[in-house]
Design a binder for this molecule. Structure first.
Ligand SMILES: *Cc1c(COP(=O)(O)O)cnc(C)c1O
Length: 325
């Protein structure tokens, strides 16, 4: 394990997450950045994003939080955990979908998040109503988009990209490709922005876990543009479009446990990665992304590269799926 890059802290005292060398994988060398090891609430990309939201909450004097997500949402678990640790009431608007018990939901209950269920079509109105109601009651509510989507979420992964560059510098290597699970696309947008800002030549490949193209790619492109324009950077449209690789061949049934078509392949990969590397992946996000990466590298005949897989977390979902394996 690398000592210098693995333990370097930023100005706020935060440590970089480790990047592990997993050795030869197929025709390439595989590395993994362990965002799942971020040290709060089982980590993951939602923990990194939430760190920035909660700084704003503290600095802005907000006294409660409203957000959106399903019962299996890693985002809602992390946000409700942070609220509980700071003594802030947490309100979650959740689509009224059928879904079983999940460890994330059990933890949200443990953190006493107040969940309001609403049909998907009414979610927007229900959120507005909740915010209004809280303001009338004298609160100063802070709203976080589902999944931590938005420029601040993107910023979190620009910072993560800097950690990756820093690691490369210290170790004298260069990642040719970075693969990750892409949902709302904010995490991917952050890495793409980081890469553009440093004029990097890395290929950032988002493996879609639910959305189909062209919408899936468009959302990532919009997030990239929105962030760059907010920081006053003018990058030509074709450059942005070129930089966003969004692969929608491995979505299966999308969010939740439905994985028609890719289920067996994903389960095999999850079992293999646990057995060989001792690293947990889940069937909704990281397992799909790892399987997608493996297949994509074969299909595109990628070889002799240093490939980085960003482990975006979701450890409670690993346990949800464990007994089925
Ligand atoms: C939310 C999530 C993602 C997707 O992140 P986006 O920024 O929404 O694309 C990937 N992996 C895990 C484990 C997640 O919880």
């Amino acid at each position: 394990m690398d000592r210098q890059a693995g333990t370097r802290a930023d100005r706020d005292g935060r440590m970089a997450t480790p990047i592990q060398n997993l050795g030869v994988y197929g025709k390439n060398r595989l590395w993994m950045k362990r965002e799942d090891l971020l040290p709060f609430s089982f980590g993951g990309n939602k923990a990194r994003k939430a760190g920035l939201f909660f700084r704003e909450i503290r600095e802005g004097g907000y006294d409660c939080v409203v957000t959106y997500g399903t019962s299996s949402s890693n985002h809602c678990r992390v946000v409700s955990n942070l609220c509980a640790s700071r003594g802030l009431p947490c309100f979650i608007i959740s689509p009224a979908e059928k879904s079983g018990q999940t460890f994330n939901r059990i933890m949200m209950e443990l953190f006493q998040a107040k969940v309001t269920r609403a049909p998907v079509a009414e979610v927007h109105d229900v959120i507005e109503k909740k915010l209004e109601e809280l303001r009338l009651a004298g609160y100063k509510p802070y709203f976080i988009e589902g999944g931590g989507h938005g420029n601040l979420g993107t910023e979190a992964y620009v910072q993560c990209f800097r950690e990756i560059e820093c690691f490369e510098e210290v170790r004298g290597i260069h990642f040719d490709s970075i693969f990750l699970a892409s949902g709302t696309g904010t995490t991917q947008a952050g890495l793409v922005c980081g890469n553009l800002l440093s004029q990097g030549s890395r290929r950032v490949v988002g493996i879609s876990i639910a959305r189909k193209n062209p919408r899936g790619r468009d959302v990532v492109v919009d997030s990239v543009r929105s962030y760059l324009s907010a920081i006053g950077w003018d990058v030509p449209e074709p450059v942005v479009k070129d930089a966003v690789v969004f692969v929608d061949d491995y979505t299966g049934g999308g969010y939740g446990s439905g994985m028609e078509g890719v289920k067996d392949a994903v389960s095999d990969v999850v079992r293999m990665v646990l057995r060989v590397y001792g690293i947990p992946l889940d069937g909704t996000y990281t397992g799909k992304a790892f399987y997608g990466m493996t297949d994509y590298m074969k299909r595109m005949d990628i070889r002799d590269e240093d490939v980085l897989f960003l482990h975006t977390g979701g450890t409670p979902l690993f346990f949800d799926g464990l007994s089925e394996m």
